[in-house]
Design a protein around this ligand. Sequence first.
Ligand code: NDP
Length: 255
Amino acid sequence: MGEEAVYPWILRGFVALAIVTFPVLFFVTAPYGRHGGASRLPSIDATLGWIVMESPSALGFFACFLLGDHRGDPARIALLLLWELHYVHRAFVFPFRRRGGSRTMPVPVAASAFVFTSVNSYLNGRWIFTFAPATAYGAAWLGDPRFLAGAALFLAGFALNQHADRVLFNLRKPGETGYKIPVGGFYRWVSCPNYLGEIVEWSGFALAAWSWPALAFAAWTIANLLPRAVSHHRWYREKFPDYPAERRALIPYLL
Ligand code: NDP
């Protein structure tokens, strides 16, 4: 069986796993960061863990571009630039901006995220740069309302995610490890604007790429981050008696 025949089955498996994982994550919170606790699992340095987890997205997607058939297509290049804007930062800059001393992360968390980002970048990269019909993108796609609205959403989500993460980093002075109540920007409304920004980003990318794998990735991002935002929010409320009562977990005024 050739790659083109196997590809849809990998995509179906990827979607099925998101559907199963979503409800489970309301009961089991991935054990890293504040939810890490005193895990007895083997662990690695968290900075290294983030590089291991996220670099397949940056490198794998770029490899698909290099191996693909449409390297001169401006719309595909635009999608590549959006993707890499996020992932070069996430894999190679974000890990070094985090503060909180020498934290560790369980090896199974880093390993499962490594598998996830590898499969995800393969599915999206192979579609955009190889399997999508030759007429799917092209210069005309850059003027299509779906691309324009999707790219605008992506950039808005990226800006929100960056701002929200920066607020969190600035809560700790170098060497500090504890948690404080974040304030300013979207924290006025929700506990996890970084997750909201990430969800907006990948929903925008799904619109801009107009493809099943990009939609599957957006669904996975929601399946992953919505339950984690609920856990973070609950944790804040339990830890800080003066936590702002009007603040929601992820969606202003709603959730
Ligand atoms: P968190 O919001 O849990 O933490 C982000 C950073 O800020 C960590 O370094 C954390 O420290 C620190 N921090 C968080 N809250 C506080 C606080 N109240 N006081 C002081 N420091 C704080 O995000 P994640 O670590 O889960 O995710 C990091 C980024 O990765 C986010 O931008 C997120 O959107 C993205 N992500 C994307 C996923 C996807 O499916 N696409 C999946 C997971 C993450 P510490 O590590 O010590 O808790």
